[in-house]
Design a protein around this ligand. Sequence first.
Ligand code: PLP
Length: 839
Amino acid sequence: MDEAPAVAASGGSNHWLERIVRRTGRDAPALQEDFLGYLYKRLGRSLTAEPFYQFRAFAYTLADRLMLDWQRTWNAYHGTARRKAFFVSMEFLIGRSLGNALLNLGVEEDGRRALEELGQALDRLEAVEPDAGLGNGGLGRLAACMLDSCATQRLPVLGYGLRYNYGMFRQIIRDGWQIEEPDHWLKNGAFPWETPRPEYTRTVRFGGRTHHYVDPHTGWLYVHWDHDEEVQAVPYDVPIPGYRNGYVATLRLWSSSASEEFNLSKFNEGDYYEAVDAKNAAENITLVLYPNDASESGKELRLRQHYFLASASAQDVVQQWVAANGPDFKRFAEFHVFQINDTHPSFIVPELMRIFIDEYHLGWEEAWGIVTHCVAYTNHTLLPEALETWPAAMVQRVLPRVYEIIAEIDRRFALLVHAKWPNEPERHERMAILSADGQVRMAHLAVVGSFSVNGVSALHGKLLVSTVLRDHAELWPQKFHAKTNGVTPRRWIARCNPQLRALLDEALGPAWITDASQLHALEDCAEQAEFRRRWHEIKRHNKERLAERVLRTTGIEFSPDALFDVQVKRIHEYKRQLLNVLHVIHLYDRIKRGDAADWTPRCVLFAGKAAPGYAMAKKIVKLINDVARIVALDPDVGSLLKVAFLPDYDVSILECIAPAAELSEQIPTIGKEASGTGNMKLMMNGALTIGTLDGANLEIYEAVGSEAFFAFGLSVEEANALRARYDPQRLIAEDEDLRRALALLESGHFNPFDPRLYDDVLAALKNPQDPWLVLADFRAYAEAQCCAAQTYRDTERWTRLSIRNTARSGIFSVDRTVREYNETVWHLHPVEVEGGTAR
Ligand SMILES: *Cc1c(COP(=O)(O)O)cnc(C)c1O
């Protein structure tokens, strides 16, 4: 196999390889020796240097251990003919890797001891690792959780993504407003885990024109893409360790780089400046992650990013197949499946067609038969603004050959649709890939080119086939299904909540970490007073830790005696942070008007980034901060109510918040949140949910029951019926609490220096066209909040329900999700790794 690294190819029988393995021990002395070696010899620093250097030295130490398992895995993965899956995603929201490596290698204790003996605190090292933020939110984090699970289940799955030089922007709050700063996460070697593999560089082409010609000898029609720009895709591989099983999967991230030859011709023409300029343009492709969650299209650079990922990944897979099997593709579909994470990578479909037809001269039918048997598509959203389209003219200009292929796919698909529904021109237009108004509809391309299309929760799956993809589902009902998302218990319990993990280990034994269904046994523990006391104590400890962080970063004091009520996620109107703020204003108003008997003190925490171009979301951030400030300064409020906005939400901050959360706010407009995964992370850590029965919330509700989930809000049908006659003014007139809360906001109480500041927010709330129906759910939400507050006052009862949440969170482990994908879509067999160092 061409991919096998030389060292590992010689196998474990070689005595010098054995020597390397022996010298790469996992006990404290071996870790310590390598750590010191890296610190002094490679980095030229000492034990008193800045923690950043010690982090790097320790990361190299762990990366060495991963590397040996990684090579073995790579050899086993490639060694025999096996079916493989490729998880293709524009985003992988990885977060930090050091703690995860320690956990999955099984060297947490030895690692800690190795450092302690040198006077180094592991926590301090961990804290300086930059958060690898190659994603916006849920979709990117799902990709990271899925890979963690694939590695843990030893499934032959490789991730393909982009190596953005700048990840998700850093959010700074200044005077209540969000300010964005670039996230140069790679600077100064801050990501020591990756390894470049320049030998597998692929070339991606753009622009130019196509020439069609007939081969005079064979009479075949050929197409030549006379491109005018080419960019190199250089892979950087990131190890994804499975949980203590000696298996290390690969995440291959493509980095764009200027093509040497291209530069040469320009240089030779003496056009030095233009050559360098072109180099910049090429390297720009993977320069920066687009920071919009759930909408972004129309930008040419974004289009280039999408095609760059699809083309480099498709070429990588096909070229490896050809290297091993020659250009015979009869069994290609049997051995490969591409799982595309939302529509962004759907250029995989026309790109595979292009490679098979133009480069290997397969006929259309044969190529199409292969492609449509190896691409599977996961839809992530029903929001119309997020259903990606590209102007056809732009695709034609930037990717002329790819556009021709899309047009041909569309033409042939139209024949199929016409044959089935001969007299329904409206349906034909609804289903087309190329719309009448000149757009390429990527979701339709993905559906037509895939053998499997899935939603990410049971409800989302149903809504997909009854709304946005209804026609396609009528044509191909068997393609459609739902796979409820999940999260990894390794990061989202074991790493982030070490005390809870210890308690679970003690009560259940250690197997729950890879078999979360075992958490069910906690239900019995919930009946023991002593167990509940310990559960409560752990939550309290985690609340204290979070309170310190909130105080340090915002100056607002959270009391660990209060109910910790958290809404942490991207700021978006559909997620309805506004509904939460309105309720907070209502609570504040109650305190001010003396209606605070039997009060449950509450700390309301918000965190999340707003897309930089999304003015309303940024205004909501400002409003939360303004309300937080006024509430904190008001002497009448004291500790009855606190509000804080924790800036720069990312994976690491959530690792601090999730263990401390008691009430999890999952309150989107019904029908808008495809799944949610934040809801699962908080539930696993024992939070009770207050929420609408949207996305996976519905499944959480079904799992824990109505006592442990404060459900409220309209159903999908009710919301649809309401839209035609939505009358916010009447709701306001009929609800004194709502009227007062809005009046307080209108009065400029929270924004005395800029009294018109929230006019647009108020107008949006009162708009009969408000798509998010915020006021429609206010009363029901306030009542559910009352119920939550009441329940919280009975600590024993709350603790029981908290334990129940964790006990029943097993189905939201991503291991269950991955098993389902594997059983119905991927059909992969676990890889046996020879000589693996499983612990
Ligand atoms: C899990 C996660 C999300 C998704 O949260 P939702 O509440 O499902 O929107 C977003 N960002 C980060 C950093 C996450 O870890």
